[in-house]
Write a protein that binds this ligand. Structure first.
Ligand SMILES: Cc1cc2nc3c(=O)[nH]c(=O)nc-3n(C[C@H](O)[C@H](O)[C@H](O)COP(=O)(O)O)c2cc1C
Length: 141
């Protein structure tokens, strides 16, 4: 199967994870950006607000999402939900082909239905374990 890894990041955790997964799968890691400055405490508060209210953002996809059989989408958890830019991107690809990887400070994504799989990365130790498991799973197909 041909995989593409896609990620959005605010503080580079999802970028690091996406890079490791892409290395394991020998595929590219495509970054999603948006038009918002999420930096600092103001950015943090804004991000929480955008997530909770499902406020729309304009995204840029820095690569080609096609062709791919399945996707690995790496995203930060924002207030129990998927970060706004990732959410916007997920509306453009079939979610039943998405292995979602959610980076958080320990919380779990609330709405987990509709994806091929959902993995939670909550700390550095769990990060290695989850990446290894996911990569083995995908490479065995
Ligand atoms: C607005 C906002 C809301 C967050 N909400 C949660 C949360 O509900 N639960 C949690 O465990 N972590 C939460 N976090 C922490 C991030 O999910 C975590 O730091 C993640 O690894 C950041 O990924 P990134 O470096 O790719 O941006 C939140 C972070 C931000 C900015």
């Amino acid at each position: 199967l041909k995989y593409k890894v896609i990620y959005f990041t605010r503080t580079n955790t999802s970028k690091r994870i996406a890079g490791k997964i892409a290395d394991r799968l020998s595929c590219e890691a495509i970054q999603i950006t948006d038009n918002i400055d999420w930096k600092g405490i103001i950015g943090f508060i804004k991000a929480g607000y955008y997530s909770v209210t499902d406020k729309a953002v304009d995204i840029k996809v820095l690569g080609n999402l096609h062709p791919a059989d399945e996707y690995v989408v790496v995203t930060p958890l924002w207030a129990g939900g998927i970060a706004s830019a990732t959410r916007a991107m997920l509306r453009t690809i079939p979610n039943d082909k998405v292995h979602l990887v959610v980076a958080s400070g320990g919380g779990l994504l609330k709405n987990r239905s509709g994806y091929k799989s959902v993995s939670d990365i909550t700390d550095r130790i769990n990060e290695e374990f989850v990446i290894d498991n996911l990569a083995r799973n995908l490479l065995n197909k």
